[in-house]
Design a protein around this ligand. Sequence first.
Ligand code: AMP
Ligand code: FE
Ligand code: FE
Ligand code: ZN
Length: 287
Amino acid sequence: MLIDLHTHSTVSDGTELPYEVMARAAASGLSVVGLTDHDSCEGWEGAQRGALAHDITLIRGVEFTSEWQGISVHLLSYLNRPDYPPLVEEIAKVHRARLDRARVMVDMVAEDYPITWDDVVAQAGPGVAIGRPHVADALVAAGVVGDRTTAFKEVLHNSSAYYVPHYATDTIELIQLVRRAGGVPVFAHPGSIHRQRVVPDEAIEEMAEVGLAGLEIFHRDNSRPQRARLQELADRLGLLVTGSSDYHGIGKVNRLGEHYTSPEVLAAIVEQGLLEPVGAELAAVGL
Ligand code: AMP
Ligand code: FE
Ligand code: FE
Ligand code: ZN
């Protein structure tokens, strides 16, 4: 039984509709899939239909953008209420900040490359928090580069002259907010080779104290030494350990099910979360 708890759809920077992500997950032999678009719960309804039609289980989730003392932290939340007012407000704040920042970045990129703001908006679609992936897609559409990965490598990487930072929620506050919304917070790819700085042990200890539930250790971006370090922390702090693909359709090389989570850990997440899984009965998939 394969459980993959981290995927993206067109509601953020994936390239397939939520329904399609679920269809593809079923075709890939997955039993349980988490849809975790960046800063949005908008894909849940479509994914729900996909899960029911394709007889798999959906874990409704979100991947929030946050910051611990200036270091970027992606925080997964599973099974939270989508309508908890403070969480809704925070998401709106993040969307506004991302929009302002994207405009500044696109103005700069447009001076050197043949893209416009409208091109970028067209790549993102309605209601989507615009980010670098959509700027990358506009560069691909304009024929500047062949694919999104190349656009990041050559134009949009973190140390690029076009890069502009954006507001992100404080990680400690966000963990508490997610818990109040009934969600189960898991630190996404904490040992990512792509981050400028990895958070220190003290950060994860502090996060565990305020309610962090787990660490996503099995993820292609975590280096081998980081995985060993994170496993030691998880054991010491009693944190759950998850594994996931971080699938983005053709937007990234990550393939569905390339890493997965154990049934025991999924059961603990379901136990702690406010919402129920959707679709196939967990009992039917061996839980
Ligand atoms: P932003 O939050 O707008 O700065 O963009 C960050 C997002 O871009 C991340 O969530 C990733 O999904 C995506 N991303 C980062 N690096 C790459 C890359 N090299 N190739 C494709 N997507 C990337
Ligand atoms: Fe992404
Ligand atoms: Fe992430
Ligand atoms: Zn992700």
